[in-house]
Design a binder for this molecule. Structure first.
Ligand code: 5GP
Ligand code: ZN
Length: 114
C-alpha cells in the first residue's frame, strides 16, 4: 500500500515514536494526542478496517490485543484504566484506512463519545 501513512510508518519512511514492536504488530504515539497517553496499535500488514478482517487474521487480532495489554502496562495505564477505540468508516470517524486501535488514557474519560 504505497500511499498508506501507516504502511509508511511500518516501513520507516515516516518517523514515529514507537512504544512496542514485534514481527506482526507496531505501536506508536499518536501525532495528535487526545489525552496524556494516546498510542496507536496496528498490524504491520495492511488491513483497511475491521470489516476487512478475515478468519485467518484471528491470530493476528489476538497478537494486537496482547500488544495492547503490554503497552498499557508499560505506559502505566493498567491500574487506573484506559480506553481502546477502533473507528470504522465515515460515520465511525476513521481517517486512516489501515486498521488501528487507539489506546487512550492518563485522565478520566467521558462517555458516551460525541
Ligand atoms: P482515526 O481517525 O482514523 O481513527 O485515527 C487516525 C489517527 O492517526 C488520528 O488520531 C491521527 O492523529 C493519527 N495520525 C494521522 N497521521 C499520523 C502520523 O503521520 N503519525 C502518527 N503518529 N499519527 C498519525
Ligand atoms: Zn497501510
Amino acid at each position: 500500500m504505497e500511499q498508506c501513512i501507516f504502511c509508511q510508518i511500518v516501513e520507516g519512511k515516516i518517523p514515529s515514536k514507537k512504544v512496542y514492536e514485534d514481527e506482526h504488530v507496531l505501536a506508536f504515539h499518536d501525532i495528535s494526542p487526545v489525552a496524556p497517553t494516546h498510542v496507536l496499535v496496528i498490524p504491520k500488514r495492511h488491513i483497511a478496517s475491521l470489516m476487512e478482517i478475515a478468519p485467518e487474521d484471528h491470530v493476528l487480532l489476538g497478537k494486537i490485543f496482547s500488544a495492547i495489554q503490554t503497552v498499557s502496562r508499560e505506559l502505566g495505564l493498567a491500574e487506573k484504566g484506559f480506553r481502546v477505540v477502533n473507528n470504522i468508516g465515515e460515520d465511525g470517524g476513521q481517517t486512516v484506512h489501515h486498521i488501528h486501535f487507539h489506546v487512550i488514557g492518563g485522565r478520566t474519560l467521558t462517555w458516551p463519545p460525541g
